[in-house]
Ligand binder design. Structure first.
Ligand SMILES: NC(=O)c1ccc[n+]([C@@H]2O[C@H](COP(=O)([O-])OP(=O)(O)OC[C@H]3O[C@@H](n4cnc5c(N)ncnc54)[C@H](OP(=O)(O)O)[C@@H]3O)[C@@H](O)[C@H]2O)c1
Length: 290
């Protein structure tokens, strides 16, 4: 099986390349393929003849998407459309990574795949449009919605860091650490997500999947856990989303239930605390408590 990984130097792409055997993977960065250009993307993929194309590429600076909605649409919606058409021509399965931000965050229990999306940000709207293009154009797809990604490579689209590293940096620099306690998510370790995707694509159980680590926490609880695991005593102050103004209104509750992968007996995602401990270990931080 030949598996093209688009965004191979990104946070999730790097971990996908770790879990997919070298004999099967075809890593592609923006230098190799631009998903916003249909003709050249099709040319590249036609030459490589992959059986599966995994698209991790996105424009996902959530606040910037509010001002740059056309760019968000170009990458997140039209890019997904281009890949769906190319995959159809090549009879390749398409794996597309989507987001919890397709939901409005008003639900009080984990979102399942059957819940109706209602995005409240330009980013979420563009990602949902990408999902819709794929569903409309090509049936051999795995659309995977996930949440709160962090991985060893850092998020290229957000300047190379991730939330965990940002918090550790703030503590090292002696900055005040103040975090919202009224937005709830499931932090998800990209290595775990990549391992789950690698299992899923070996099946022909196409469709929409929610895939995150298990459990949930507020951003404040997440931050407290980071320092607890590192044995660092630091004050983590609580704040509210209403006091921490951002351009985009993030969902208050964006926990996803891995319902469909549980139904097909394939859910291997560990609790989010396990993901965090493994990440800190992998990054080489000392004194990790699990
Ligand atoms: N990060 C999160 O918290 C989060 C949460 C939920 C869902 N997601 C989704 O998860 C996916 C992966 O996120 P990530 O954190 O791994 O992202 P990332 O680190 O920013 O990686 C994205 C990769 O896509 C590449 N790329 C950007 N535009 C491209 C284009 N037009 N054509 C080809 N490649 C392009 C980037 O290359 P350059 O860096 O060279 O531009 C980068 O290698 C995204 O679809 C995102 O929407 C992320």
């Amino acid at each position: 099986m030949k598996i093209a990984v688009i965004g191979a130097d990104g946070q999730l792409g790097t971990d996908l390349c770790k879990v997919i055997p070298e004999s099967e993977r075809i890593p592609l960065t923006l230098k190799d393929i631009d998903i916003t250009d249909f003709d050249s993307a099709l040319n590249v993929l036609t030459r490589l003849t992959p059986d599966v194309v995994i698209n991790t590429a996105a424009y996902h600076r959530v606040d910037d998407c509010e001002d740059n909605d056309l760019l968000a649409y170009k990458v997140n919606a039209h890019g997904a459309r281009n890949l769906a058409l190319a995959c159809k021509l090549l009879n390749a399965a398409l794996v597309h990574i989507s987001t919890d931000y397709v939901f409005d965050g008003e639900k009080k229990s984990p979102y399942v795949e059957e819940d109706t999306p209602n995005p409240k940000t330009a980013y979420g709207i563009s990602k949902l449009a990408g999902e819709e293009f794929i569903k409309y154009l090509w049936q051999k797809y795995f659309i995977i919605r996930t949440s709160g990604l962090y991985g060893v490579a850092g998020c290229l689209g957000k300047g190379g860091g991730n939330f965990v590293e940002n918090m550790i940096k703030r503590q090292k620099e002696g900055q005040t650490i103040k975090v919202v306690d009224d937005e709830v998510l499931t932090p998800t370790y990209t290595f775990h997500l990549a391992s789950q995707i690698e299992k899923l694509i070996k099946t022909d159980k196409y469709g929409l999947y929610h895939i995150t680590n298990q459990g949930e926490c507020s951003w404040w609880e997440y931050t407290v856990k980071i320092f607890e695991m590192l044995n660092i005593r630091v004050e983590v102050a609580r704040t509210k989303a209403s006091e921490y103004k951002t351009k985009a209104n993030r969902p208050k509750y964006s926990v996803l239930e891995n319902k469909r992968s549980k139904e097909i007996g394939l859910d291997i995602m560990p609790p989010w605390e396990v993901g965090l401990a493994e990440y800190l270990q992998e990054k080489g931080y000392k004194r990790v408590n699990s």
